[in-house]
Design a protein around this ligand. Sequence first.
Ligand code: ATP
Length: 366
Amino acid sequence: MAEVSSKLELRNLIKLFGEVRAVDGVNLRIASGESVVLLGPSGCGKTTTLRSVAGFIKPDGGEILLDGQKIADGNSSMPPEKRRLGMVFQNYAVWPHKSVFQNVAYGLVIAKLGREVIAQRVQRALELVKMPGLENRMPGELSGGQQQRVALARAIVTEPSMLLLDEPLSNLDAGLREEMRFELKELQERIGMTTLYVTHDQEEALVLADRIVVMNKGKIEQVDVPREIYLHPASRFVATFVGVTNLLDATVDAVDAKTGRVRAASALGEPFWASSRKDKLQTLNKGDRIAVSVRPEAIFVNGSAPSLNPKFRARVQKSAFLGNRIDLRLDLKGQEFRCQVPKFEQDLAQSHEVDVEFDSELAWVV
Ligand code: ATP
């Protein structure tokens, strides 16, 4: 079978800044039309990876291939303008003294396209970012969100091979940021452009990505679809960085290969069942040290989970009313557990004792 070539491929990409291994052996393949998000804490190497793809940073080792062609390795690097990539950055970077039209048309003017073609393409790009009719405005007369749309229109108007975005929404206020997430996703789906997107915001990543790449200290921790990243984190780091979780140190008490479950013994007393990735399960033996990630929604309070797990007694430390749910902090044998219950019940007030049960499907061995 012929191998489908990737739009972008990073092979063992390395970038050093003195002692710092900013990008430390990253391997990644992005398919044509795919939206991939690099997610991780500040300093994990996301921007350095993106800027290496853009051509602003020359790698120290490894290779970058675009459409199967090598564009950079440890020895040479194709200049950014030859890569045909569209870019959008955090700080809008629209030219303040040019009108919206001039901003968006810039790349087409440089390419010496005819007036009419330019006018058509600028109009089309502005329609795509939902800003038709604002061609003559100056950036100073636009909101932050509109300026970012101009930057986006400018990036897509040249029909780039791929779109690179570095925290493009982080300067917007919370409400607008959330709205723009969905718009960006819709735009990406409509024009089917391959995108590589950098953010430290996990919700943004979950909304925008076909696949999320979780990075930590210059390395990839996990690459998967958003659902898998959240439900089946590959490491402690991913479990705690994406979403809220309760991590519990435990040892393997038994392995059930048939159901893909592990019985975990912990300081909570009676062992409980948790699920695990099949390949990981095969490497586990009784007595091995593991951690179990128990998401708040995997904890049933004064109710029954669809599993055969034991109930533990816990004491309510704090409860916070969040409108559609109650956020509880429970003391379970000295360890704090966060969980959520759908509505306020009188007996869940502070210092009350409750029964707690883990859903064995959702408790996950990391
Ligand atoms: P952020 O979200 O804060 O931008 P990031 O994940 O994008 O973080 P990078 O900007 O890629 O991280 O930085 C990775 C590491 O490389 C950090 O330790 C950073 O301090 C270092 N670094 C980045 N650029 C340079 C530079 N030009 N000179 C020296 N060190 C750098």
